[in-house]
Design a binder for this molecule. Structure first.
Ligand code: GDP
Length: 258
């Protein structure tokens, strides 16, 4: 049946409305282990994606949205685990990794110093790490900790995808304006960037597509002609491989049209 825009998705190649795309594997997420020392890390094989963010930017809410598993983020919030690297198994070879929130005012300096090296070693040396999702509050984007993490991630050669979360708090125009402004930042030249709302699900399909691409789903649905909700006006930066409206995560500044 054609929808109100005249698109007949039943006849399209992927049978999926672009805004409805979900990477089903994510729903299988199960908490497995909290790591505070490098030696505790699971075997470095298969593929994993890590998610990080300044405290209160909405990392737990994003995890809930992404996996549709409310209990997961509760696990990460258990006392003692907020400063750990929390692992969620997706299947025998794939994992989601919840990195410690940063920017906590309350964390003692000693603790800050002790988890820094773990995180640093993890980002530098983890062979199975396919990409890093960084959650920011769209109203306070790119704080110093965010910038440090992005710079370090890029230095380690990690693909980075930034969520401008809580986009529901801004008008659509204001959200797109922040997106456009950030896209001009040199630091973000080779970084994926999208509007997101853990509350409304805005941009969820784009995030699922990014994770499917990183975690190796064999075929990521494409749907020509449709625009992404979270990246309207950014068609120039689509990835050429499956992610119809993905921001290319490894493109050079020369590929940017702005
Ligand atoms: P974390 O500390 O990064 O894990 O952040 P939480 O997921 O605990 O979220 C912090 C606060 O922001 C909570 O009150 C959430 O309900 C709220 N929040 C998270 N995501 C969104 C969003 O997309 N929109 C709105 N309006 N609020 C959000």
């Amino acid at each position: 049946m054609p929808d109100h825009k005249g698109n007949d998705y039943a006849l399209s190649m992927d049978h999926t409305k672009p805004e409805d795309y979900r990477f089903a594997l994510l729903r299988q997420a199960e908490y497995s282990i909290s790591v505070t020392k490098t030696a505790q890390l699971p075997a470095d094989e298969g593929a994993e994606v890590a998610i990080a963010g300044r405290s209160n930017a909405g990392k737990s809410s994003v995890l809930n949205r992404l996996t549709e598993r409310r209990s997961l983020a509760r696990v990460s919030r258990t006392p003692g685990r907020t400063q750990a690297i929390n692992y969620f198994t997706l299947d025998a070879q794939r994992r989601l990794v919840d990195l410690p929130g940063y920017g906590y005012a309350k964390v003692p300096e000693a603790l800050r110093l002790s988890w820094g090296p773990l995180l640093e070693r993890y980002l530098r040396a983890r062979g199975s790490l396919r990409g890093l999702v960084i959650v920011m509050d769209i109203r306070h984007p790119l704080g110093p900790h965010d910038a440090d993490l992005i710079a370090f991630g890029r230095e380690c050669g990690r693909p980075v995808h930034v969520l401008l979360n809580k986009a529901d708090k801004l008008s659509r125009g204001a959200g797109l304006q922040v997106l456009a402004q950030l896209r001009r930042e040199a630091l973000l030249a080779e970084v994926g960037l999208q509007l997101f709302s853990a509350q409304t699900g805005l941009g969820l399909a784009d995030l699922h597509r990014q994770l499917a691409a990183w975690l190796g789903e064999k075929e990521t649905p494409t749907s020509a002609g449709a625009e992404s909700e979270s990246q309207i006006g950014e068609k120039d930066s689509r990835s050429g491989q499956g992610g119809r409206d993905q921001i290319e995560t490894a493109r050079g500044p020369s590929a940017r049209l702005e």
